[in-house]
Design a protein around this ligand. Structure first.
Ligand SMILES: [Zn+2]
Length: 163
């Protein structure tokens, strides 16, 4: 028996519409399939909730369940929605981790291959604007130091002289 068939049998069993042979087949599937055991647990909870809500003679459980699922989530036990949310969160987390790992892998390489102007652009510093900054320095000693450091073409921007 596959899981889809097991679920159908499960719904029938809640209505007492499952034959003895099918019941045995369902039981043996439940024993080997934790996914369907979990499903049975959820259905059991929903079933008991539906019983509490409607004391009058009931239509088939499956029909009621489908009707319930079509309503807004507030009237349906949150189990289904919780499961979907958890799944969506797991996926987006995996994507985030993937991107994070990608960034870590590629960043060091990038840093080594970048030229000096590219590094300046990466740090949002316009090379031309930097030249202008040097010339704008009021204190002549600051300007001289900056010119010296700029002329020596320091590879590391962190070591550039900043008064
Ligand atoms: Zn199963």
């Amino acid at each position: 028996m596959n899981c889809k068939r097991a679920e159908k049998f499960l719904l029938l069993s809640f209505d007492g519409r499952l034959g003895e042979k099918d019941r045995a087949a369902l039981d043996s599937h439940l024993q080997s399939c934790s996914l369907c055991r979990e499903k049975e647990k959820e259905y059991r909870q929903i079933f008991s909730l539906l019983h509490v809500e409607t004391p009058e003679p009931l239509p088939y459980f499956e029909d009621r369940l489908m009707a319930k699922l079509k309503e807004k989530e507030k009237s349906v036990p949150t189990l289904f929605w919780q499961r979907w949310t958890a799944r969506a969160m797991a996926v987006s987390l995996a994507v985030a981790i993937l991107f994070g790992a990608g960034a870590l892998l590629f960043r060091p390489q990038e840093a080594l291959e970048l030229s000096q102007p590219e590094i300046l652009l990466l740090h949002d510093e316009n090379p031309l604007a930097e030249a202008a900054t040097i010339l704008e320095q009021k204190k002549p000693e600051d300007r001289n130091m900056m010119l010296i450091f700029a002329a020596s073409e320091m590879r590391d921007p962190a070591r550039r002289y900043r008064p």
